[in-house]
Design a protein around this ligand. Structure first.
Ligand code: 9MG
Length: 289
């Protein structure tokens, strides 16, 4: 436990479900955008598909299911509050009754934060780090943890020309400022997770520097979440299209855990969990009981 990579090990209270961060966890990705499921516009069919997919990820070992109703991919356009609520809330309500995992909601909107927590969400994952109007107060009034992610620009144009003098220092300074804003608003540090935001306004070089130096974020004393699964960085390294990036995603997850990440956001849960176990065993130089 004296190892620097384990220095910020702690637990997260996700609406009464305690997540022990002395070992790493996998957060399965559940997109509920219209193009995610083959429902041909039939709401019930897409809800069933989403529930089945989430149940499969939990059976594979996911501790979190991250439900997202607005794409944050490069070039994505924003959706209205009512559209996002319609997509996300029925899924959160059903999942919180049915699956043995923390339901995380990937949103930046105050109304979606409030309704999601009411519907049973145990974590808010905000790629805009609670900077949208009312988001900080909505998160403060809930009792669930929040993941604060760094992004330069907006999804619509963030990959056009990302610029940093020193990427690590700037991402760290941004996260420090957002942590301070959270504390001022009444969100205690025990409720905060940080994420450097791989692929969000970063060149391949910026992403690789962040991955190689991820342990520097341990100085914040908060759990680190990392999402590299299937991202374009991995396509740029391997030359592979998005549906052939499993091995690269698993390799990146292994490196992220080895450098201190405690939660890995991933599409392929079983393979990612095996990888993080290898990284964890290597850090500890023993097998977890
Ligand atoms: C929603 N989303 C997509 N990629 C992500 C990442 O890398 N981190 C977090 N926290 N959320 C993400």
């Amino acid at each position: 436990m004296s190892d620097k990579r384990l220095a910020s090990a702690q637990s997260l209270d996700c609406a009464g479900r305690l997540i022990d961060l002395s070992f790493p966890h996998v957060m399965g990705v559940l997109n509920v955008t219209p193009d995610s499921f083959s429902d041909g516009g039939q709401f019930n069919a897409s809800l069933d598909d989403a529930l089945r997919r989430a149940e499969a990820m939990v059976a594979e070992g996911a501790s979190f299911i991250d439900v997202g109703g607005e794409s944050t991919r490069p070039g994505a356009v924003e959706v209205s509050v009512s559209e996002e609520l319609d997509r996300v809330i029925p899924v959160v309500e059903a999942l919180s009754q049915r699956v043995d995992a923390v339901i995380s909601v990937d949103t930046s909107k105050a109304a979606v934060i409030e309704e999601s927590v009411r519907a049973g969400a145990g974590l808010i994952n905000d790629v805009r780090a609670l900077q949208e109007p009312g988001a900080l107060d909505a998160a403060a009034e809930s009792s669930v943890p929040v993941c604060l992610m760094h992004m330069q620009g907006k999804p619509k144009d963030m990959q056009k020309a990302p610029q940093y003098e020193r990427v690590i220092d700037e991402v760290l300074a941004f996260l420090q400022a957002r942590i301070a804003a959270c504390e001022t608003a009444g969100i205690e540090r025990s409720r905060i997770v940080v994420d450097p935001g791989f692929g969000f306004g970063k060149s391949p070089g910026h992403n690789l520097t962040l991955l190689n130096c991820l342990d520097e974020f341990q100085g914040l004393g908060l759990p680190i979440l990392a999402g590299l699964s299937r991202k374009s960085l991995l396509g740029q390294i391997t030359g592979r299209p998005v549906d052939q990036r499993l091995i690269a995603s698993v390799a990146a997850a292994t490196l992220a855990v080895y450098r201190g990440a405690r939660i890995i956001r991933a599409h392929d849960v079983a393979a990612t969990l095996d990888a993080v176990k290898v990284a964890q065993a290597t850090i500890r130089e023993t097998l977890d009981e």
